[in-house]
Write a protein that binds this ligand. Structure first.
Ligand code: MG
Length: 421
C-alpha cells in the first residue's frame, strides 16, 4: 500500500503504549528466522460475498496469503500496516497481540477489527510455513485427521433469488427444500444446512415472535428435508438471530423428532443467558458463535455452557491460533466445534488447517456452491472440496496459491490489481 494516512496515528499510538510495547520484538534473528514484513496488500473479490484477500509481503522471497471476513478490512489493514512493516512475521502470536492493542486504541479490540487481524495472522502462518518448510497445521500443533468434513450451506432450498412479488408460501415450500437437499447429497456431501428464517406471512417482526402456523411451516420444512435424505447426513438449520427466547424454544422443541444436528443462532448473538435458556429447554442442539471474536468473547458462552456447539469464524475471530485457543476451552467443556465459513478458497483452506488441529472440529461450512469459478481462484489442479471433504495439504504453508488472472477478473471495481510476486 502507499504511504498510509494512518502512519503518524499508529506511530503516536505505539509511542504512547509504554507499559506494554509489543512492537519491540525479540532481537535474536538467526539466518533461518531473519524475515521482515515489507508491506500488506488487501483486495476485494466479488464472490457471493465480498472476499477480502490479504497478502503479506516479506524480504525473504516468500509471501503469505490470508482472508478477512467481508467488511472494511482494507481500512484496518491500512491502519495496521505501519505497525507491522519491519516486524518478524514468524512471531505470530506477538503480532496478533500487538495488532489487537493497536485496534483497541482505535475503538475496541473485539468486533470487526479482528477480521483484519485474522487475515493478517493467517498470512503470517502461511509465511511461517513457507520459511520452515512445514504445513500450517503442523505449526499449530499437528493434526487429528487427514481430511476435514465440509457441510454445504444450501440457503433457502432451491430459491436463492425468489421473485419479490411471489407468494412466499409458494416459493419456500418443504418440497423445494427437500429437492435441494437431495441434490446436495447426490453431489457427495454428508452434511448440509439450510436457512429456516424465511418469512412466509405478514408479521410484526419487531416482536421477534412467530404465529403457530408460521412455526408449523418451519417444522414442515425440517420434516420434508429429513425424510428426503434420511437420518444419516448431518443436518442443521439457521435462524439468523431472529427470534425471542420463547419462539426459538417452540421451534427447537417442535423439530426434536427429526434429530437435527443443530439449530443455529436462534436468538440475538449477545446475550449468554438467552442462549442458555434456549439450549436447556430442548434436546435439539443449539449452535452459535459466528458473531463472536477472540477468546474472551467466547469465554462466557463456553464456561457458562450456554450453547451445545460452537461456530467461530476463522476469518473474523482473531485467526488460526485464536481458533485453537477457543477450541481448547470448548474441548474442556466437551463442546464440539463447527466453524462458520463464507470465504474464498484461501480462507477455506486456512480453516481446514485449523480444523485439522482441533479434536472436536467435526465439520467446516462451505457457502459458495453457486460460485462456479470458486475453484478457478487457486492454482491447484484439483477442486479444493472432493466428496464433501478437503484433504489437509502437506505442502509448506497453507498449500494454496492464487490465480492472479482470475482474481483480477472478479475484483471489485476501483482497486489496484494484485500483481503476481
Ligand atoms: Mg449462520
Amino acid at each position: 500500500m502507499p504511504d498510509s494516512k494512518y502512519r503518524q496515528f499508529v506511530s503516536d499510538m505505539i509511542g504512547g503504549v509504554g507499559w506494554r510495547d509489543l512492537s519491540d520484538g525479540p532481537q535474536n534473528r538467526t539466518e533461518e528466522r531473519d524475515v521482515e514484513i515489507t508491506g500488506i496488500d488487501c483486495v476485494v473479490v466479488e464472490g457471493n460475498f465480498p472476499w477480502n484477500l490479504i497478502r503479506v509481503r516479506t524480504d525473504a522471497g516468500v509471501y503469505g496469503l490470508g482472508e478477512a471476513f467481508p467488511g472494511p478490512a482494507s481500512e484496518y489493514v491500512e491502519f495496521l500496516e505501519p505497525g507491522l512493516v519491519g516486524q518478524n512475521p514468524l512471531d505470530v502470536d506477538r503480532l496478533v497481540e500487538h495488532m489487537t492493542q493497536l485496534v483497541s486504541g482505535l475503538g475496541g479490540s473485539l468486533g470487526y477489527s479482528q477480521a483484519a487481524v485474522s487475515g493478517i495472522e493467517t498470512a503470517c502462518w502461511d509465511i511461517a510455513g513457507k520459511v520452515t518448510g512445514l504445513p500450517v497445521y503442523q505449526l499449530l500443533g499437528g493434526k487429528y485427521r487427514d481430511e476435514v468434513q465440509i457441510y454445504a450451506d444450501c440457503h433457502a432450498g432451491e430459491n436463492l433469488a425468489a421473485a419479490a412479488d411471489a407468494e412466499p408460501r409458494d416459493i419456500y415450500t418443504p418440497e423445494s427444500y427437500a429437492r435441494a437437499a437431495e441434490e446436495v447429497v447426490d453431489e457427495g456431501f454428508d452434511a448440509l444446512k439450510f436457512d429456516l428464517d424465511v418469512k412466509v406471512e405478514p408479521a410484526d417482526t419487531a416482536t421477534r415472535r412467530l404465529s403457530t402456523d408460521a412455526i408449523q411451516h418451519k417444522v414442515d420444512i425440517v420434516e420434508a428435508v429429513r425424510e428426503a435424505i434420511g437420518s444419516e447426513p448431518t443436518l442443521g438449520f439457521d435462524l439468523h438471530w431472529n427470534f425471542s427466547v420463547e419462539t426459538a424454544t417452540k421451534i427447537a422443541r417442535k423439530v426434536e423428532p427429526y434429530e437435527l444436528d443443530w439449530i443455529e443462532d436462534p436468538v440475538p448473538p449477545e446475550n449468554v443467558d438467552a442462549h442458555r435458556k434456549v439450549t436447556e429447554s430442548t434436546s435439539t442442539p443449539i449452535l452459535a458463535g459466528e458473531n463472536i471474536t477472540r477468546f474472551e468473547g467466547f469465554e462466557p458462552f463456553l464456561t457458562g455452557q450456554a450453547i451445545d456447539l460452537v461456530a467461530p469464524d476463522i476469518q473474523k475471530c482473531g485467526g488460526l491460533l485464536e481458533l485453537r485457543k477457543i477450541a481448547a476451552l470448548a474441548d474442556a467443556f466437551d463442546i464440539p466445534v463447527a466453524p462458520h465459513n463464507i470465504s474464498s478458497p484461501i480462507g477455506t483452506m486456512a480453516s481446514v488447517h485449523a480444523c485439522a488441529t482441533v479434536p472436536g472440529a467435526f465439520a467446516l461450512e462451505w457457502h459458495a456452491r453457486e460460485v462456479e469459478w470458486w475453484d478457478d481462484m487457486h492454482t491447484g489442479d484439483d477442486p479444493v472440496i472432493h466428496d464433501g471433504a478437503v484433504v489437509v495439504p502437506e505442502e509448506p504453508g497453507l498449500g494454496i496459491d492464487l490465480d492472479y488472472d482470475v482474481v483480477a477478473e472478479h475484483m471489485a471495481p476501483g482497486q489496484e490489481p494484485l500483481e503476481p510476486l
